[in-house]
Design a protein around this ligand. Structure first.
Ligand SMILES: Nc1nc2c(c(=O)[nH]1)N[C@H]1C(S)=C(S)[C@@H](COP(=O)(O)OP(=O)(O)OC[C@H]3O[C@@H](n4cnc5c(=O)[nH]c(N)nc54)[C@H](O)[C@@H]3O)O[C@H]1N2
Ligand SMILES: Nc1nc2c(c(=O)[nH]1)N[C@H]1C(S)=C(S)[C@@H](COP(=O)(O)OP(=O)(O)OC[C@H]3O[C@@H](n4cnc5c(=O)[nH]c(N)nc54)[C@H](O)[C@@H]3O)O[C@H]1N2
Ligand code: SF4
Ligand SMILES: [Mo]
Length: 857
């Protein structure tokens, strides 16, 4: 017995010594806050720091990562020694801690990374007008001063405007620079359906989504009332980190059965799933048509009630000839389309099975199970909507929800559950105030769809609307934020476009893809080096993060850059920035609101005193609120107390369902539109393809059908596999891809079924060459039955690493493979891409964590 105690004590001692030594090691690497930033400190200095008392500060985790968590940094004399996550209160399912994921916990490895950009720089062979433009992406970098950098950028903006006009300036991203360019006569912008695919505009127009993603499902407590939860193309285990997987787990503990419909046996399927239904990507619509057919054929209100006629009668238009909106052709109803009355193609489960790969028996069984279970949550992510030609998909999903009546009641919901709102629908209960900056309008109206922007730069034309193709002559690309070259489809063309124009400039923290292909790169701070700010997350939290360190090296923030450029362009910066960053922060704090306990109205969140205002050095009035500013700052978070049965719950469309006349949805008919002329018109107006007002199936470009050259004889073509690009644990899109810890923890391999590998002579771990109609990329492969045959999954967001000799990217950059194909409402079809895979015969790729970092200076 005593020896066990001795061993335990010894273990504890060793662990303490170990922790101390790792703290010393990490301090030695991450001393910040000296006058010019990151410096190596000696072991002695580091040991001294570890002995000192530090402070836990709330540190931003600000990425578009699908979650939002509390992140704290332990800072001693400006040095971050360690990090932790939410421990502001004990964890419980009803009042969960907002715990961070591995990426957030590695945040200091990003802020203090060796590959942070330190100084402004220009491309060696740049000259006004571009110089050797073809060297973009391969040239050497020359360190320059801020004055020189700003003079070059302002000089090129002026020159290009004078020579070609404002329509020659294209902004890839960045509010700050957009403001200044708008004041300078404007710029061409771009737009897309990014995250939301066909939910971007489609969900609102048919009445299902209010604000296209936020409010189409019930809140987390109500989820526990569902008996069956269908996760249709959604994997919270990878893409909604933070509380959503925990919330789903509570629903499971409360007795819900989970069915996962996904080409991958996901983490969500592994942890939550009672059943996994693998489905051919891009064919979900077809499966739902087969399910709708089953219900229409088998429903008998007297003996076998499967369809919720009461809901259809009262709350929808377009289901059958008897429920058409005025002016519509009665033949163009959904039921007759499903039965094939006029087109001669009944959408039977057998018809569906041939396309989606799910057995007819299963299609029928699932339809019946959803229809006969009292309380069902039909939840989807956006992934099945990020598919070319998927404009009718949200309407199809809604239609099945309407047929089964799983809308607007406890435990019953149909809609999107994704990103940081996943599993917890409803309007936010706590919100930040406005920062008080003016909104500046861009005088140039040209905006190019993401799927056409690189083509437009290369060929000088873009589609503005139906029958409206316009000329455009872009000569400057300004990346003031974002990772546009990396994250938009058709990157091969994107690189060519970057090599064509006269000037490319990029603000960034690392030598990201945008910056690599630029002429001038301006190094920017991270949120850890700024004034602090507020972050929203799930509906119950508001995070207040503070400044952790002084700006590292010569980095500056985007607002400072915008102001300095404005001065050089002869614009009064006060027009865009009349108040300081501190005042902007104060305004957000003072305006923060929280829902009252009785759910009746908002009240002020913060009590702010005269002394607080004086300490911040800002203008403002003292105010009374729920908590003090000091408490908010110390905790770093305000989390609305919740318990089951409180007044803050949310059941989407509850009032509408009860009385659709008194509480109409925002459609022309006030009802959910299974027939929507407005949807068809919106799609037509965009100018590429057309759809019907009812949810007919439109096979996508580069979907399953396009893997065949002869569909009837089932002859496969040159690109016989489908590729999906799921959002992955290592990264938040492209962010964090350079962090060695994360590279090591989350391998960036392609998932492939052994059946497909054997056919190609591919073994586990082999380097494979993936080829699409648009580009080539290399990656190691992981063979697993967790992905269905015929499909591969390439994790989204790896920084392109082009081998100019072979023309193949070595990093597995998804958008080298995904093509820019404009369809419908301008959808980026990132999950519709046909590929071929072969064993790579060149030298195998070393593991990513062994790759050199992009350290320029
Ligand atoms: N193939 C494929 N492509 C996709 C997707 C997919 O599923 N498949 N998903 C799409 C989706 S859903 C989205 S939302 C988009 C995301 O597209 P992006 O928003 O372009 O992607 P991020 O990688 O998040 O880019 C953020 C960039 O801003 C930088 N940054 C962060 N803070 C600052 C700052 O303060 N100042 C400046 N100047 N820069 C800063 C980061 O370093 C990073 O380079 O990607 C899309 N692309
Ligand atoms: N770790 C991590 N999390 C993130 C992000 C990130 O970059 N990294 N990005 C965040 C952002 S901005 C967004 S928009 C969200 C996106 O979140 P989602 O829209 O949910 O997208 P994904 O995570 O790409 O895919 C979810 C699942 O859909 C499946 N899927 C793909 N295509 C189809 C299909 O055609 N049919 C069916 N049934 N399933 C399909 C994939 O296999 C995957 O398991 O993620 C957020 N969360
Ligand atoms: S989920 Fe997002 S906010 Fe939370 S720790 Fe991870 S990266 Fe940070
Ligand atoms: Mo997104």
């Amino acid at each position: 017995m005593s020896s066990i105690i001795d061993k335990a004590l010894e273990y504890k001692m060793n662990r303490r010594a170990f922790l101390k030594s790792t703290a010393v090691a990490s301090a030695a690497l991450t001393l910040a806050g000296c006058s010019n930033g990151l410096t190596q400190v000696s072991k002695t200095q580091a040991t001294k720091l570890v002995e000192k008392e530090g402070q836990w500060l709330s540190a931003a985790c600000w990425h578009n990562c699908g979650g939002r968590c509390l992140n704290k940094a332990y800072v001693v004399d400006g040095v971050v020694l360690r990090q932790k996550t939410d421990d502001t209160h004990p964890d419980s399912p009803d009042f969960p801690q907002q715990r961070g994921c591995a990426r957030g916990r590695a945040q200091r490895k990003q802020v203090f990374a060796a590959d942070r950009l330190k100084y402004p720089m220009k491309r060696k062979h740049w000259a006004p007008g571009g110089g050797q433009k073809e060297l973009r992406g391969q040239d050497e970098w020359v360190r320059i001063s801020w004055d020189e950098a700003l003079d070059i950028v302002a000089g090129e903006i002026k020159r290009i405007k004078e020579k070609y006009g404002n329509r020659a300036i294209f902004v890839g991203g960045g509010n700050e620079i957009s403001n200044i360019l708008a004041l300078y006569g404007g710029y061409v912008s771009h737009w897309g359906t990014t995250s939301w695919g066909s939910w971007r505009y489609g969900g609102d127009i048919i009445g299902l989504a209010d604000g296209y993603f936020k409010f189409s499902h019930n809140d987390r407590f109500d989820l526990r009332n569902s008996q069956l939860i269908v996760l249709w193309g959604a994997n919270p285990g990878w893409s909604s980190l933070g509380t959503p997987p925990y919330n789903y787990l509570q629903a499971k503990k409360a007795g819900a059965k989970f069915i996962i419909i996904d080409p991958i046996y996901t983490e969500a399927a592994r942890v939550l799933g009672d059943e996994w239904i693998p489905i051919q990507p891009n064919t979900d619509h077809v499966m739902l048509l087969g399910m709708a057919y089953t219900l229409i054929k088998e429903d008998d209100p007297a003996t076998n009630p499967l369809i919720d006629w009461d809901f259809l009668n009262r709350c929808t238009v377009g289901f059958d000839a008897d429920h058409m909106p005025s002016g519509a052709d009665p033949k163009e109803n959904f039921k007759d389309y499903v039965l094939g009355t006029y087109d001669g193609v009944p959408k039977t489960p057998e018809w569906a099975a041939a396309i989606c790969g799910v057995e007819p028996l299963k299609i029928r069984a699932l339809a019946r199970e959803i229809a006969t279970t009292k309380r069902v949550a039909l939840l989807t992510g956006w992934a099945p909507a990020r598919v070319h030609n998927s404009d009718s998909w949200p309407q199809m999903f809604m239609t099945f929800g309407c047929m089964t009546g799983h809308i607007g009641q406890p435990g019953r919901m149909t809609g999107v559950s994704c990103h940081q709102n996943a599993s917890n629908g409803g309007p936010p209960l706590v919100t930040p105030g406005k920062n008080g900056l003016p909104v500046i309008k861009n005088p140039v109206s040209d905006s190019i769809n993401d799927s056409e922007m690189w083509d437009a730069i290369l060929n000088g034309k873009y589609t503005a609307a139906y029958n409206d193709v316009r000329d455009v002559n872009i000569q400057m690309i300004y990346h003031g934020w974002g990772a546009t070259l990396q994250t938009r489809d058709g990157m091969t063309k994107g690189i060519a476009a970057h090599r064509k124009v006269e000037f490319v400039v990029s603000h960034s923290q690392f030598l990201t893809t945008n910056s690599r292909y630029a002429d001038v790169v301006l190094p920017v701070t991270t949120e850890w080096e700024r004034e602090g700010g507020l972050l929203v997350g799930n509906r119950e939290i508001l995070i207040y993060y503070t400044k952790i360190t002084k700006p590292l090296f010569e980095t500056r923030d985007d607002q400072w850059i915008a102001i300095e450029l404005a001065k050089r362009l002869g614009i009064d910066p006060a027009k865009a920035y009349p108040i300081s960053p501190k005042q902007q922060l104060f305004n957000q704090l003072a305006g923060a609101q929280v829902m009252k306990e009785d759910g009746s109205d908002f009240e002020k969140l913060l009590t702010i005193t005269v002394a607080d205002i004086a300490a911040m050095g800002v203008q403002g009035e003292p105010q009374q609120g729920r908590i003090t500013l000091q408490e908010f700052k110390e905790k770093g978070i305000y989390q609305v107390p919740r318990k089951p049965g409180d007044k803050l719950g949310f059941i989407y469309l509850q009032d509408f369902r009860r009385d659709p006349q008194a509480h109409p949805v925002k459609t022309a008919t006030g009802k959910l539109e299974i027939y929507s002329q407005a949807l068809a018109k919106m799609v037509r107006d965009k100018g590429w393809t057309e759809i019907k007002p009812i949810p007919t199936y439109n096979p996508p470009r580069e979907g399953y059908e396009d893997t065949f050259t002869d569909w009837d004889k089932k002859v496969k073509g040159d690109y016989p596999l489908q590729m999906v690009t799921p959002h992955y644990l290592r990264r938040s899109h492209s962010v964090f891809d350079n962090i060695p810890w994360l590279r090591e923890a989350f391998l960036d391999h392609v998932l492939m079924n052994p059946v497909d590998a054997v056919e190609r002579g591919i073994k586990e771990g082999d380097t494979i060459l993936i080829t699409s109609r648009h580009g080539k990329s290399l990656r190691p492969v992981h063979l697993t039955e967790r992905i269905m045959p015929g499909v591969i999954a390439l994790p989204h967001g790896a920084w392109v690493e082009m081998d100019e000799k072979t023309g193949a990217d070595k990093a597995g950059a998804d958008n080298i493979l995904c093509g820019a194909i404009p369809t419908g409402q301008g959808i980026s079809g990132w999950n519709s891409c046909n590929v071929q895979v072969a064993k790579w015969t060149g030298s195998p790729l070393p593991p990513d964590d062994k790759w050199p970092l992009r350290i320029v200076f």
